[in-house]
Design a protein around this ligand. Structure first.
Ligand SMILES: [Zn+2]
Length: 103
């Protein structure tokens, strides 16, 4: 069924809890080294809650995938991580800004 295939392709679901993952709310990209430890398969996707469950702790700034391109936060965050932290963990952004002397 073409429609079903299209839905499967567009919807990104958490491989642990089946929650739909949205780039601006519950998607977090970890650095490659940590992702290898956390994920069963590199291609897997997990929501922020399940990532933290798998890690056994809260996500911190150092866990996030570093930004190698355009950086609008001034602290080296890729877009989905910046959205996520802004909505869910503003303390991460504040801490990173403090450490970089950006207030
Ligand atoms: Zn999940």
């Amino acid at each position: 069924m073409a429609t079903k295939q299209l839905e499967d392709r567009l919807a990104l679901l958490c491989d642990d809890c089946n929650t739909e993952i949205f780039a601006d709310t519950n998607m977090v990209m970890l650095n490659d080294e940590l992702w290898k430890e956390v994920s069963d398969e590199h291609e897997d996707s997990y929501c922020d809650d399940c990532i933290e469950k798998r890690m056994g702790r809260k996500i911190e700034f150092e866990d996030l995938k570093p930004n190698s391109g355009m950086d609008f936060t001034g602290i080296g965050m890729i877009l989905c991580n910046a959205y996520w932290a802004n909505d869910n963990r503003p303390d991460i952004i504040q801490k990173a800004k403090d450490e970089k002397g950006l207030g």
